[in-house]
Design a protein around this ligand. Structure first.
Ligand SMILES: [Ca+2]
Length: 377
């Protein structure tokens, strides 16, 4: 990875890396930590909707993906229709068996898992093994999964489920958007049948893999562009908020202490992740990017949403994958070159295509997350 050769300190490097944030030790007065197992209000259980939300989880596990998958599988607010791994944090050859392992650990072998894209639409794959370990699960070795992927690929499975249930299916995508863009490319007429996309990705101000781009959109900018052009309602949960939900040492101990397979696995993965990235004397924390995205569907009050028009940069040599958000019009593109076509400089009427998470309540998030992972199944 290019960053590994940079002259920046390891701490700076890790702070800028996908999936991880490193802070100086928090003041002891920090109210969030350690957390009790149960708190009143929203803790383990939120009010159940009359019908669970039907979701397809598109993912690149991935240490925070693992926590997100566990949270989704342990939340009665969801009916998880399928899990569709994609290359991202690590190659598909790891994300696919990892997804199977995580479902097996959670005792949910009946959920179909379909292999997704091994490479981005038009680019070479960039991974983040420096954060997620070479195997994507922090280097923790879990047994080979007994359950197998279904015969269909992710594109076909997503299309079949959505077409059989028009308007019903929310696609929660917490990895690069290659699988989703492929669905839209292969079957453009499917867009109006998708209830919504809920995405972990992007940022309104800066990135983590480059100064401009967040990792998921950076890995496959063209795919992200297709998704934001699709007309499907989008919620973008990006670094603006996910970098503010930071798992601390005290919370890893809570996970490790609970005697159920999900919490034990989550504790091992987070312990290994923290050990890898541990910097000097500062406190190491792991940003809960993907779990926050799941939590925002369980309890919408965890985040604050605002209408934006978001578009994805695909041509910049230094900025590909950057998410550019307008909250008022007009939407302007860069000025045309003097030598190019003449005529008026194009602007577009401002029209939101996306709700962007701009605020977050980290305490509320952790009061939701931890009990769901630690309670007995
Ligand atoms: Ca992910």
């Amino acid at each position: 990875m290019p960053f590994s050769q940079a002259k920046t300190s390891r701490r700076d490097f890790l702070a800028a890396s996908a999936g991880v944030a490193v802070t100086a030790a928090l003041p002891s007065s920090s109210s969030a930590f350690p957390l009790p197992h149960t708190l009143d209000g929203i803790s383990g259980s939120t009010a159940l909707p009359s019908r669970p939300q039907r979701i397809i989880l598109d993912t690149d596990p991935g240490v925070d993906d693992a926590i997100a998958i566990f949270l989704a599988l342990r939340s009665p607010e969801f009916q998880v229709e399928a899990v569709t791994p994609v290359s991202g944090n690590v190659p598909l050859s790891f994300t696919l068996p990892n997804a199977l392992r995580l479902l097996e650990i959670a005792g949910r072998p009946e959920i179909p898992v379909a292999a997704g894209a091994a490479v981005p639409l038009v680019r070479r794959l960039v991974t983040a093994a420096y954060v997620h370990g070479n195997n994507g699960l922090g280097g923790v070795e879990f047994p080979e999964p007994k359950i197998k992927p279904v015969a269909e690929n992710a594109t076909d499975l997503i299309r079949r489920i959505v077409r059989a249930n028009p308007g019903e299916i929310t696609i929660v995508a917490v990895g690069p958007l290659t699988n989703i863009a492929t669905v839209l490319k292969v079957d453009p007429a499917i867009a109006p049948m998708i209830k919504s996309f809920v995405l972990m990705g992007g940022c309104l101000a800066g990135g983590n893999i480059t100064p401009a781009a967040e990792f998921n959109f950076y890995v496959d900018p063209e795919a992200a562009r297709i998704v934001f052009d699709s007309g499907v309602p989008i919620t973008m949960v990006g670094l603006d908020v996910t970098n503010k939900v930071l798992l601390h040492e005290s919370q890893v101990r809570i996970l490790e202490a609970a005697q159920n397979p999900v919490s034990q696995a989550a504790g091992k993965i987070m312990r290994a992740t923290m050990s890898r990235i541990k910097p000097t004397n500062d406190e190491t924390v792991v940003a809960m990017h993907d779990p926050l995205t799941i939590a925002s569907l369980i309890d919408p009050s965890v985040v604050t949403l605002k209408d934006y028009y978001v578009q994805i940069e695909t041509t910049g040599e230094m900025t590909a994958g950057m998410s550019v958000g307008y909250y008022r019009g007009p939407v302007r593109r860069s000025p045309p070159m003097e030598t190019g076509a003449s005529g008026p400089i194009p602007t577009e009427e401002f029209k939101p295509n996306c709700k962007v998470a701009v605020g977050v309540d980290p305490d509320r998030f952790f009061r939701l997350l931890l009990p769901r992972l630690t309670q007995s199944a």
